[in-house]
Design a protein. Sequence first.
Length: 149
Amino acid sequence: MEIDLQEKELLIREIKALTGQIQGETRNKYLSLLEFLEKGEVPEELMGYVERLLEIGFETGRIGKVYDREDEQVFLRIYHKTLRGSRILSLLQETNRSLTTLKNQLIRNISFSLKNPGAYRLTIDTHLCHIILGIDSEGARIENIEVGI
């Protein structure tokens, strides 16, 4: 993965903070990643470590607490370059395209429900359709669409 100077600097800063707290093989992988980052690159075999670093940073709220909004957006841009991040982004884009069918429709009901811990459903009823969206750590997706109801 190619990274720009701002991405490089932020990743180095975050990895240095992490490596002071972990031990063993995982620490060695992050130290190796630091060496590659100094050269401005991230090898494919270490992309999973970048992905996990950013997921932990976002999930724990660390990135939002330590960095400003601009830096947070840079971290998000990096995350979208990872395998999981690009899959989630693609899924969200597809879901948004599907939701454009709701344009100019009268929403009669909209509600959230718990599918299971960490997973939710958003139900939207309009005068023309019924849509159920699934929302979880993998992103948001259309689970069901009924048209002409």
